[in-house]
Design a binder for this molecule. Structure first.
Ligand code: F6R
Length: 243
């Protein structure tokens, strides 16, 4: 595990974008694991900017998003992660839409616990994910693997925790509009298929969860991020300092 400290998070966003762009140039058919949320808006903005400057070809790149809401009302489609990705990245690069993957359709309803083995199989069959981007939930989630997630979890439908619903309500008019469920890549899916993981965590509300990872001796299901403790190729970008 390597921790890269940034005084200004903007520098981290720039570096993350540069790493992605360089990888696409080096390997045009690279497989990327993508995250959404506030943390990645500026990363993708920088990717778009650099891709224009360097005239980068994304037409052979494959992407697998980490998660998506479930049973989102039609009028709230702008809150879907499909919409987020289109508006923050895909509409501005020449990606082939057949190469974009999400774990589910946000308009459908699924039962919590329902497994999405096909998603894991697709990721496995394509040869895994070269660069997996992860944000960090204040409650220690990665993807939407909420506290209580199992070490061997695969892509599945889960119930969002109250903390996550509250945190994500900033994107909705009312907290009642926030979906109660999501489909997320599992902890095992992430660990087994990623070659390189970048975990980005900025701001004091991420301190506790990040410290749990740094101090952990092994996997603690109360803080799913601790699954990364023994993952060799992990780089953490943060503006938090720990003694
Ligand atoms: C989003 C995702 C989540 C977020 C996390 C942090 O695809 O998987 O784990 O990365 O909730 O969200 P922000 O960046 O909004 O603080």
């Amino acid at each position: 595990m390597e921790i890269k400290y940034f005084l200004k998070k903007e520098k981290a966003f720039e570096l993350m974008a540069k790493i992605i762009i360089e990888k696409v140039i080096e390997k045009p058919n690279v497989v990327l694991g993508l995250a959404t949320g506030g943390t990645f808006e500026k990363v993708y903005e920088n990717v778009i900017c650099l891709s224009k400057i360097k005239n980068v070809n994304f037409s052979k790149v494959f992407t697998f998003n980490l998660d998506e809401y479930v049973n989102l009302k039609q009028e709230l489609y702008k809150n879907s992660y499909h919409f987020y990705m289109d508006n923050n990245l895909f509409n501005f690069i020449n990606i082939n839409h057949d190469n974009i993957h999400f774990p589910c359709n946000f308009q459908n309803n699924y039962n919590s616990g329902e497994l999405f083995q096909d998603y894991d199989k697709k990721i496995h069959d394509i040869g895994g994910i070269e660069i997996q981007l992860l944000g960090l939930g204040a409650n220690g989630h990665i993807g939407f693997n909420e506290p209580g997630s199992k070490i061997d979890s695969i892509t599945r439908c889960i119930e969002l925790s109250h903390t996550t619903i509250k945190d994500n309500s900033r994107y909705f008019q009312s907290i009642n509009d926030v979906p109660k469920k999501a489909v997320t890549m599992g902890l095992k899916t992430i660990i087994d298929n990623s070659k390189m993981i970048y975990l980005l965590a900025f701001g004091e509300n991420k301190r506790d969860a990040l410290k749990r990872l740094i101090d952990s001796k092994g996997f603690d299901p109360n803080y799913p991020v601790t699954i990364l403790k023994n993952f060799k190729n992990l780089i953490i970008f943060t503006d938090l300092k720990f003694n």
